[in-house]
Design a protein. Structure first.
Length: 257
């Protein structure tokens, strides 16, 4: 059973991707494979002008599967997850995240990969990986590019979450809406006004041009951070303790090594 839904709107020029696992829209290996398959199919769709991401239900996504962060599963999980970011970069189709509720960890990173981020007032955004003794590779590369090192370091090192309003104040969120229904209505108008009237081909060149630095750094640095995670971090006692304690529903007992 697929864990994403796809709808085409605006005369098939907008692909609306809905993350839907029936719970917190966790980005596990099944959902990642579904996403990659769908994104790769877009290479054949020359008329596509926008890809939007949202979560079914109240939340965007609780993040990647913690079970798949274990030492034996992390290499395959990260390789699959990071391929989503490279594929989005290669497509160069404009992307937009519609964020409600929890948008954490890998879910937040998927939103960060988008050109546009919109949220309603229920949104709660963060990278809580450090609470489990690990760190978020894509966010470590992307967040500094989006909001500068100072705020990026605060979010990644502390694991704190921020509201939609805080996200807008630091330049991350384009606009905040009162509720999800208002966001849906007004974004439909925003898409009609700002995207639909433009050439799909030219929009892709605009994305490539505006992201020339972003994509260069992503492709160069994400493999390095991924290697640090797999080859160094996951050899520490505390990274494994953090993951295991979460799965065992207990407080971690840090050894500081």
């Amino acid at each position: 059973m697929k864990k994403i839904k796809i709808e085409y709107t605006h005369n098939n020029s907008v692909a609306r991707i809905i993350l839907d696992d029936g719970k917190g829209n966790v980005l596990d290996s099944i959902m990642m494979a579904d996403l990659l398959e769908l994104l790769n199919s877009f290479k054949e769709k020359n008329d596509l002008k926008l890809i939007t991401f949202e979560g079914a239900g109240k939340h965007f996504s609780f993040g990647a599967s913690v079970e798949e962060h274990s030492k034996e599963n992390a290499p395959a999980m990260l390789k699959s997850f990071h391929q989503i970011f490279y594929t989005i970069a290669d497509l160069a189709i404009p992307t937009l995240a519609k964020i409600s509720g929890q948008c954490l960890g890998g879910g937040f990173e998927l939103a960060l990969a988008c050109n546009f981020l919109f949220a309603d007032k229920s949104a709660n955004l963060g990278q809580p990986e450090i609470l489990l003794g690990v760190f978020p590779p894509p966010a470590s590369v992307i967040l500094p590019l989006k909001i500068g090192n100072a705020k990026a370091e605060e979010l990644i090192i502390t694991g704190k979450a921020i509201s939609a309003e805080e996200g807008r104040a630091i330049g991350l969120i384009n606009e905040v809406f009162e509720d999800r229904d208002t966001m849906e209505k007004e974004l439909n108008e925003w898409i009609e006004k700002n995207i639909i009237k433009k050439s799909a081909s030219s929009l892709r060149y605009a994305v490539r041009a505006s992201r020339v630095k972003f994509n260069h750094i992503l492709r160069k640095m994400l493999p390095d951070v991924e290697a640090m995670y797999i080859n160094e971090l996951m050899d520490t006692e505390d990274a494994n303790e953090g993951i295991n304690s979460f799965l065992e529903k207990r407080k971690p007992e840090w050894k500081n090594r």
